[in-house]
Design a protein around this ligand. Sequence first.
Ligand code: SF4
Ligand code: SF4
Length: 337
Amino acid sequence: MAPTTAKTMAFKPNERNIFFHILTACNLSCEHCYINVEQHGKETVSRETMKEWLSLFMDPQKESNVIFLGGEPTLHPDLPFGIRTARELGYHSITVDSNGFLFHDFLERIRPDEIDYLSFSLDGPTAEVNDPIRGKGVYATCTENIRRAVEKGFHVSLIYTVSRLNIESLQLMPELLTRLGIKRFFIQVIGLRGKSAVDSTDNLQVAPDEWLSIIPDVAVNAAAMGIHVTYPKVFLAENEEFQCAGNVAENYFIFPNGRVYLCPLCEDFPINTFTIKDHKLIENPGLVEEKFFSLNIQEGCVMNKLLQPGNLAYDEEGNPTHRISCCLLKQEIQANS
Ligand code: SF4
Ligand code: SF4
């Protein structure tokens, strides 16, 4: 196996990431879907709004990156227009996160050099694992479209959301990625958001010990096979500094109803820091997510403590046994060049 290097991807002060949900509609109904129509609405942004909001968030002084999301973003017939507009405006990188269905002839309407990454979500190495989570027939459609995209020359990446339903199968993914010709792999952790938060009786979250005993090893194996792997840090080592992205980075999670969050853990609540009104970014008064970011607690991320306290454990003296990192902090593993 090729030797690998692991590093924490520090937040970059000169970077701005725009997570642009251009609609909330989706053709699938995944077990862990984080879309919450009560909070995020059912709107689809119009072509004009897409352009206005892309301009609003573009900062030429910073490395501005946009990730088009949904729902399923390829259900929006104007997604190619959004991609070209983002390029014209000078966005540094453009990514599309799709469930693999690629509606409106997406692969025919966009050239591979017009986007930096086309990211597919797949939650199992086989239909038997993936389809009970994402829907019947999804594995076949998604893998077929991955093959087509790779063949056409798109830079394809894959997101695998780890839950109790598929953690045991993660180890089989590097081999599948190699067969499909995918060079980038993002292992995501299921959070208590959207459907998972509503249906808390059916807890799909993975225990800390399980996460630590499986994910890093799979990541190293994948990296040794030449795949670039990232996954959320989740637990901080003793010598690692805690940083809240809400304080030290610029991430905007934009929804079609105009809500703009700085922290994805807050998206189930009406505590968004900004709202887009009349084409302007308005800071909301009152108890919004921003107010929580400066609270220094022993456990690390304050929103994790408030929303997912089951992730925490304490010793006999009442001290947390581990600190939880910001959910946006990533660990990166790649083969040594
Ligand atoms: S593909 Fe994404 S938006 Fe659609 S149901 Fe699944 S998680 Fe939700
Ligand atoms: S996940 Fe926690 S640490 Fe990260 S931005 Fe949200 S509140 Fe801050």
